[in-house]
Design a protein. Structure first.
Length: 647
């Protein structure tokens, strides 16, 4: 919008009238130089977010050759005019080596609050107290995203070496039908919806991001309990950290009408939290608030923020009340140890990193032995050590079961430990036990994307493809940018014979999560199923070297008539991965129509308990051996009932 057309807004205690080129407060009016006003408005578009100097130069000095010093001088001038303190800013914060952030709340002037909201401590009389939590708190589902990423190989947004995509963790998709519908008419955004973005760490040392993330996660966790309120899970909301996406872009991708932003500044025993709820369609705030409290009051602050958001939305959107949960802690030290442990595991999680996280969690449960979700996270760490080959499956899974069961004893109404047990039982091919744990997990939290996804995977394993597709779509709906849920949805569509829709899903996932190692191989076989052998090879060749690419390369090369290269690729697959990927070797021989060798390798896969067997129901590459007695014997011994999906 042109500045001459922009409506007046409130920034902190100041009225900002861009059309007049002036700001005013307490009866005093100050004329701003044009670029100073543009700079202020640019910062106000994304309050609480860090804007780089380069971005500000592009936006405010577009087409003019200037140095970064112009930004520094303009910011200094604005600070003087606003009466800001550079050491303890209430308007514009300098984020070293990153840029600047407007930390003051921004609202529409048309509906000013009765008392100007500025960055000051809120008096007791001004606060709307929330009742103290009767039950301890639990973190939001990113912890289980990390947990289940660990269940695959390692904790984090992406995995260090994804051997099998059978369990879980992060990102979104549309099917072909969805895409066609979207072109015809944009999907309606539910008005009762809000995304909570990652809070910005404005602490002096910039070492409190784990704490800021914990704040946002807790608020997501509370809001998701409000009936009829759509709240994307942490994975999807945090996907936009560090991007240049606007509020409108984020809201569009997540399918929400409102966005909650915030920042956290922690200093000694004090913590200052600024939050603002923004309407995506107008860009204006529904409300904003500052909290300046003692650190020991942080749990109450989290409750107050969530209650304020829910109350505001309920007034206009008729949402339900927040629900209280079990599983967490009221012990601040234990809570911090928990947050540090879950934040410490990353894409490169090593045995030493996981062991260090375990040590922090053990300190947490020593401080609060009833901290159920700390016990749950400890259970996932045992699985992580197994997946990283740092602990034997017998010992690691036994320990994981013990810890998860203990967590259930402490917190019977929490979904996470049931989901962990379901994962372990599914890997053990104990379908009955896995389904019972999933029933309990979904009974505790019907909206949990990880439990929904695992439930879909169980149905996929058993060849119940209609049910599996429904469950996996529900997981993606709950967490649109959850890459494992989207990957599993694409795989289910492929196994269901919906190859074009599967291709759409995998291409979307490739855009969102290019490091996800299984996307290209599965896109390639979805293309091959459509007789697009050349396109399949083009999709597979750029894939990162390793097992996922090697598993499908012999088939795709053969489909392109490159017999010699296919033979060489098969030899590499056998030499390097026979002990872990026998299923894929058997599939390759099945594609070559060498039925006896295919069956020998599948029988070896059964002995090795190859995870690939969990997704063989409906696999078109096995069609030519699916009627063989030896193949049917494997299916029976796995207590499954084979049904081949027609293409």
């Amino acid at each position: 919008m042109n500045e001459t057309e922009a409506p007046a807004i409130r920034i902190g205690a100041w009225r900002v009238d861009a059309a007049r080129g002036e700001i005013s407060k307490d009866g005093a009016t100050v004329k701003l130089e044009r670029r100073a006003m543009q700079l202020l408005l640019c910062l106000a578009e994304k309050p609480g977010q860090v804007l780089s100097v380069d971005l500000l130069l592009d936006r405010v000095w577009e087409g003019v050759v200037v140095t970064p010093d112009s930004v520094y001088q303009a910011v200094a001038s604005l600070r003087r005019i606003l009466g800001d303190d550079t050491k303890d800013p209430t308007y514009i914060a300098n984020i070293p080596r990153r840029g600047y952030s407007l930390v003051a709340p921004v609202t529409a002037w048309e509906a000013p609050p009765e008392v100007a909201v500025d960055d000051r401590p809120v008096s007791a009389a001004e606060r709307t107290p929330s009742p103290p939590a009767k039950n301890a708190r639990r973190p939001s589902w990113w912890i289980l995203m990390a947990l289940f990423a660990v269940l695959m190989v390692a904790l984090g947004y992406q995995l260090r070496d994804i051997r099998r995509p059978s369990a879980t963790a992060v990102v979104s998709t549309q099917t072909a039908a969805d895409a066609a519908a979207a072109k015809a008419a944009p999907p309606a955004v539910p008005p009762k919806s809000v995304a909570v973005l990652p809070f910005v760490d404005l602490s002096e040392r910039k070492d409190q991001q784990y704490f800021a993330d914990g704040m946002a996660e807790e608020i997501i966790d509370r809001l998701v309990q409000a009936p009829d309120l759509r709240v994307p899970a942490r994975t999807s909301s945090f996907f936009f950290r560090g991007t240049k996406s606007t509020i409108a872009d984020i809201a569009h991708q997540l399918g929400v009408a409102n966005v909650l932003e915030g920042s956290v500044r922690r200093s000694g025993s004090r913590v200052r939290v600024i939050v603002q709820l923004v309407r995506a369609d107008t860009g204006y705030q529904v409300f904003s608030q500052n909290y300046d409290r003692e650190l020991r009051d942080i749990f109450q602050v989290q409750d107050e923020i969530a209650s304020a958001v829910a109350t505001t939305l309920q007034i206009s959107l008729a949402g339900g009340p927040l629900a209280r949960e079990r599983g967490g802690t009221q012990n601040l030290e234990a809570y911090e140890l928990y947050l540090r442990a879950q934040a410490s595991v990353t894409v490169d999680s090593s045995q030493a990193t996981i062991r260090a996280a375990q040590k922090m969690l053990r300190r947490a449960v020593a401080l609060d032995p009833k901290f159920g979700l700390a016990w749950t996270l400890l259970a996932s760490m045992s699985v992580a050590l197994v997946e990283n080959s740092d602990l034997s499956p017998v010992d690691g899974h036994r320990e994981a079961r013990r810890l998860a069961m203990h967590a259930i004893e402490l917190s019977p109404g929490v979904a996470e430990p049931h989901a962990i047990l379901a994962y372990l039982y599914r890997n053990d091919w104990d379908w009955t036990a896995a389904q019972e744990e999933l029933r309990l997990a979904l009974s505790a939290d019907p909206k949990d994307p990880v439990s929904l996804m695992l439930d879909g995977l169980m149905s996929m394993t058993q060849g119940q493809h209609d049910k599996a597709e429904h469950q996996l779509r529900a997981a993606v709906e709950r967490d649109p940018l959850f890459n494992y849920a989207n990957f599993d949805l694409g795989n289910e569509l492929y196994l269901h014979g919906k190859y074009n829709e599967a291709e759409t899903v995998f291409r979307r996932l490739l855009d969102i999560s290019p490091r996800f190692k299984w996307t290209r191989p599965y896109l390639a076989k979805a293309l091959l199923a459509q007789s697009k052998s050349k396109a399949a090879l083009e999709a597979l060749e750029p894939a990162e070297a390793g097992a996922p690419r090697s598993d499908y390369l012999p088939i795709i090369l053969l489909a392109n008539g490159r017999m010699r290269d296919a033979d060489a690729a098969l030899q590499v697959l056998i030499e390097q991965y026979a002990a872990t990927d026998a299923y894929y070797i058997g599939m390759t021989y099945a594609y070559r129509n060498d039925k006896q060798l295919a069956l020998q390798w599948l029988e070896r896969a059964f002995v090795q308990r190859d995870a690939g067997l969990l997704e063989m129901m409906g696999e078109p590459l096995l069609t030519n051996i699916s009627t063989e007695a030896r193949f049917r014997a494997i299916v029976r011994r796995m207590n499954l009932a084979y049904s081949q999906t027609a293409s």
